[in-house]
Design a protein around this ligand. Structure first.
Ligand code: C5P
Length: 404
């Protein structure tokens, strides 16, 4: 639960995207947040306060003159212990109000009345023409200049039947943005390149050799780096995982393709950090067949020959423009000894050891970090928590510039 103890004031304004905010409310609750819903009158035309009360577990406020707050000042009371105010969907009209400091209903008044340390996040949702209108764009520029965090919108099909910019982000994307807003921004301006997942080495057009890597750890690290403010590129072998929000994903199959994609990224833009999480096949089939290999008799078996794949991590670490390189090691025994030796052999400043060899596909894990100073453990946790802690460790080392 990544929002434990957080109180979020969730403001709904008028827009058909209100139906998606029902799901966001549940998702925020599942991450441990307590959600206080406030709705404009227009929002109540799209979804009822009853629904939002049932989903948030808290009474819903819609009226500036609501007498249920003891001092009759809900705009003050509702914001004093809030950790964030999220307006989703945020209508064109509400953007106007925010840009001009209007306070003629409860939601706009509480936005103005919020203490300076309470962040305000908005998820605009409107028709493409309304979004592109110069007046909206003027208000958007003012809102951004005032330090309000604007999430989206996205482009695509709209409820009105038109297509273009103005779709509200999906609930899982908004949740990701909200969680990210609470993370330390330790990698702002940094470029982080990550490999993840297994590779697939063909034997023939329909068969191949792969491994059990799920890609979860690499994807969690990509997300954690993005949450820390980095520009993230993820070179991924075949996995069942959706592309992490905010991250550029390049899909590959073989180790050679992964190598080529990584080198192309390094040549296009200098990278500050390279994290090699992928379970890259050490060998590929030398004599892979262009056609499906036929079973010719009951006793015949194909004879496969192997050649070594490029060691992507070692090759990146050997470049003159090498980023800060982080490797992974999944050993089934003697991790402490093998981990320290592997870090030196690959000539990298940081190597991360997985405890045990049953971590593929699991949601939690335990890590040991090996660097020039020795080793230290990051205790067992879910992979996203571990990934955030690892990114903290990388950011500290990067700031200290200990060997790149
Ligand atoms: O040598 P070994 O495969 O045990 O090292 C694992 C580390 O090296 C991981 O970080 C993995 O992503 C990386 N690696 C690589 N290219 C290879 C083999 C491993 O980048 N061909």
């Amino acid at each position: 639960m990544r929002l434990s103890g957080k109180k979020i004031v969730l403001g709904l304004t008028g827009g058909v995207a209100c139906y998606k905010v029902a799901e966001l409310t549940r998702a925020l609750g599942k991450e441990g947040a307590s959600v206080q819903v406030v709705m404009t009158q227009a929002a109540t035309q799209f979804i009822t306060p009853v629904t939002m009360q049932a989903l948030s577990g808290n009474v819903v406020f819609t009226d500036q003159w609501d007498a249920r707050i003891h001092n009759n000042m809900p705009h003050i009371d509702l914001t004093r212990d809030a950790d964030a105010i999220v307006i989703a969907p945020c209508s064109t009209d509400f953007m106007f109000k925010l840009a001009h400091g209007a306070c003629n209903d409860l939601l706009s008044t509480l936005c103005i009345a919020r203490p300076a340390h309470v962040p305000l996040l908005i998820a605009p949702a409107m028709n493409v023409e309304m979004w592109q209108n110069p007046a909206t764009q003027r208000n958007l520029a003012q809102i951004k200049a005032d330090g309000i965090n604007v999430m989206g919108p996205a482009a695509g099909d709209q409820a009105c039947g038109e297509t273009g910019m103005g779709r509200m982000l999906e609930p899982d994307q908004l949740l990701t943005e909200i969680i990210a807003s609470f993370q330390k921004k330790t990698l702002v301006g940094k470029h982080v390149l990550i490999t993840a997942g297994p590779t697939f080495e063909p034997i023939d057009p329909v068969r191949g050799i792969t491994n059990l890597s799920s890609g979860k750890m690499g994807y969690a690290i990509a997300r954690a780096a993005w949450e820390a403010g980095a520009e993230v590129t993820l070179v991924s072998g075949p996995t069942a995982l959706p592309p992490p929000y905010g991250v550029k994903r390049i899909n590959v199959q073989t180790a050679q393709q992964m190598h080529d994609a990584v080198m192309a990224c390094l040549n296009i833009h200098m990278q500050d950090v390279f994290v090699a999480v992928a379970a890259v096949a050490d060998w590929k089939v030398a004599n892979a067949s262009d056609q499906k290999i036929k079973k010719t008799s009951e006793t015949d078996t194909p004879q496969l020959a192997f050649v070594q794949n490029p060691d992507i991590l070692a090759l990146v670490a050997a470049r003159p423009d090498a980023p800060y390189c982080v490797g992974f090691a999944a050993e089934s025994e003697q991790l402490l000894q093998y981990g320290a030796a592997k870090r030196i052999k690959k000539n990298i400043p940081l190597l991360v050891g997985n405890i045990g060899h049953h971590t593929f596909g699991q949601d939690d894990n335990e890590l040991i970090l090996f660097d020039a100073q020795g080793h230290k453990a990051i205790e067992r946790a879910d992979k996203q928590t571990l990934a955030s802690k690892l990114i903290d460790e990388i950011a500290i080392r990067l700031a200290n510039n200990t060997m790149r």
